[in-house]
Design a protein around this ligand. Structure first.
Ligand code: SF4
Length: 163
């Protein structure tokens, strides 16, 4: 059996828990930012904390302040009114900081693409590490997206050492 096959046979929950511990040695702190969503994506994020998904068992904690956050989870198109606040939120986060754009709106504007009231995706405002598609994405897809984002911590740290 190849390494890839072994890795694929390990449940995503286990891979995420061990990836967080290996790279941070503690919980991953997540700040959720609603940047103009319809709230569909936000309800899927809320489902991460229900008794079925219970992501706290994997070492994921949602925090109120960006100063405590490793990862910014952004939903919505990024409205004009929120863009400056989103930049300040990102700047307040400690390095190495990660950004995940969650849902079609955050990726490209989704059904609101081209609106006068906002941008066509979060990447116009923030450096996005991972895109999680869906309208809205299922909780399992969000967990997978966070797993990919945590893996990018190595890239971020390597980049910082090189500069
Ligand atoms: S991607 Fe869909 S569910 Fe998420 S904020 Fe946009 S319209 Fe709502």
């Amino acid at each position: 059996m190849s390494d890839g096959a072994v890795r694929a046979s390990v449940p995503v929950d286990e891979r995420l828990r061990s990836s967080i511990m290996r790279r941070l040695g503690r919980s991953l702190h997540v700040r959720h930012l609603d940047a103009g969503s319809c709230n569909g994506c936000d309800w899927e994020i809320a489902a991460l904390l229900d008794p079925y998904h219970d992501v706290q068992r994997l070492g994921i904690d949602f925090v109120a302040s960006p100063r405590h956050a490793d990862l910014l989870l952004v939903t919505g198109i990024m409205t004009r009114n929120l863009a400056d606040a989103a930049r300040r939120t990102y700047e307040a986060m400690p390095e190495p900081r990660l950004v995940v754009a969650l849902g079609a709106c955050a990726i490209s504007g989704g059904v609101f693409r081209g609106t006068y009231a906002g941008s066509d995706g979060v990447a116009e405002t923030l450096p996005v590490d991972v895109l999680v598609p869906g309208c809205p994405p299922r909780p399992e897809a969000i967990i997978e997206g966070i797993l990919v984002a945590v893996g990018r911590l190595d890239v971020r740290r390597a980049g910082r050492q090189a500069t």
